[in-house]
Ligand binder design. Structure first.
Ligand code: XLS
Ligand code: NI
Ligand code: NI
Length: 443
């Protein structure tokens, strides 16, 4: 248990409010770039980035791995009554979010409070924590970016929830989603996320993929209809990931999800929550996934983290790669940014990061890197030839026959005639290295 100050328990002892101090500071507990009031491209950094803390990694994740016991021993995890213990955890969470100046947070139902196997008792526990969270949000001004239901940890979900071959399991998943939607609505959540870690399969030998995908779509429709009927105005988000824990996951990447949502008539209500490390696991860059979603009008929200270039799993490290994020922020800004979404730190400190300050360093680093990347990207867009170089590459479609082709006015025979008339095309450089150097100059 932490110190008691002003009648309240302090869990992160010795760490005060983290403030913006600028690039000349050598204070490791200050922001060097994230000045929340700084205006970039017509909005403050706070409005652009809408940073959120993730309950599961920061206040639940124990550092345990398949080879070893927990290394993060939380002082808020002591009481035996699940609701009382969960309130301590929430005190710690809001203390951290406030000290970090994080305007939003995100949770799974089972992060807020431990669940047992009795649906009605679980609903009672969640409702108690929702009431507590309502007070905490009102006191602090911190808002809920999104809620979700954990439909992957309980053994009953070993073959998925909405795509489970057993209808009885699907119904349990639905009960959990109903309560998580109720919680999200009551807390004014701006989005609701579905990440289907086990919505997929291990082997086709025992799987009817078509039926499972139809069930998944029906489940999304049913959940959406319930939420809309009960006043949810926010955005539903699907979070793609190619695999892990399932071998094949139905929400593989943005392209797959866009196809799925369109096929099942869900594309008006659902957008995409793009996680950096999931993009790289799918064999894409984060930039590719952002652009794919943006082009489909489905850029919803971001789960910020990074993978490890040598590992093939979701290491969920905090973001720190300025070059990659600058490229990503170019897309982010050109796409008009996030609407109801935000930048959620779905990232965890390492198993051997055991000081209570480590969680602060991690978030400060992530927030500063995003802020710096956004500022740099804006400067590139304002002060360089970046956009012009790209649009010039397509100039042959801006007039004459190229334009007529875009407008659907040319037949295959017309194209052949043009090719013969003009002869062999010139070789034109794509200038990639030139642009890469230009980006480095702005960094
Ligand atoms: C796991 C996912 C998960 C979702 C929420 O890989 O990133 O944390 O964001 O269920
Ligand atoms: Ni995530
Ligand atoms: Ni993940």
């Amino acid at each position: 248990m932490g110190n008691v100050i002003n009648g309240e328990t302090e869990f992160f002892k010795g760490i005060g409010q983290v403030k913006f101090e600028g690039t000349s500071t050598d204070n490791p507990l200050a922001f060097r770039w994230y000045d929340e009031n700084r205006i970039v491209a017509g909005k403050t950094l706070k409005e652009h980035l809408r940073f959120a803390g993730a309950y599961w990694h920061s206040f639940v994740g124990s550092g345990a791995d398949p080879f070893g016991a927990p290394t993060h021993i939380f002082p808020w995890d002591k009481k035996s009554d699940p609701v009382e213990k969960a309130k301590d955890k929430m005190d710690a969470a809001f203390e951290f979010l406030s000290k970090m100046n994080l305007p939003f947070y995100c949770f799974h139902d089972t992060d807020l409070v431990d669940y047992g196997s009795d649906i009605i008792e679980n609903e009672r526990r969640l409702a108690a924590l929702v009431e507590y969270a309502r007070q905490k949000q009102a006191q602090s001004g911190i808002k809920l970016l999104w809620g979700t239901a954990n439909l992957f940890s309980n053994p009953r979900y070993m073959n998925g929830a909405a795509s489970n071959p057993d209808f009885h399991v699907l119904a349990h998943g639905a009960a959990q989603v109903k309560a998580a939607l109720d919680a999200t609505i009551q807390l004014g959540g701006e989005n609701y996320v579905f990440w289907g870690g086990r919505e997929g399969y291990m082997s086709l030998l025992n799987t009817n993929m078509k039926r499972e995908q139809e069930h998944l779509a029906r489940f999304f429709h049913t959940a959406k209809d319930y939420a809309r009927k009960n006043g949810f105005k926010g955005t539903f988000l699907i979070e793609p990931k190619p695999s892990e824990p399932s071998k094949h996951q139905y929400d593989f990447d943005c392209g797959t999800v866009i196809g799925f949502l369109t096929r099942f008539n869900l594309d008006k209500d659902f957008k995409i929550n793009i996680e950096v490390n999931h993009a790289t696991l799918a064999g894409h860059t984060f930039q590719h996934e952002l652009q794919t979603a943006a082009d489909a009008g489905m850029l919803g929200s971001v789960d910020a983290n990074r993978g490890d270039y040598q590992n093939g799993w979701d290491t969920d490290q905090f973001p720190n790669n300025l070059n990659e994020l600058t490229e990503a922020m170019l897309i982010f800004l050109e796409a008009g940014g996030l609407q109801t979404g935000g930048v959620n730190f779905d990232a965890k400190i390492r198993r051997n990061s055991t000081d209570s300050a480590d969680l602060f360093y991690a978030h400060i680093g992530g927030m500063d890197t995003f802020a710096r990347a956004l500022i740099t990207a804006d400067s590139i867009l304002q002060n360089s030839d970046y956009k012009k170089i790209r649009s010039d590459r397509y100039a042959s479609f801006d007039s004459d026959k190229g334009k007529e082709f875009e407008e659907g006015k040319l037949s295959l025979e017309d194209l052949r005639t043009y090719a013969i008339e003009k002869g062999e095309p010139a070789v034109i450089s794509g200038k990639q290295e030139f642009i890469e150097n230009m980006i480095n100059r702005f960094i």
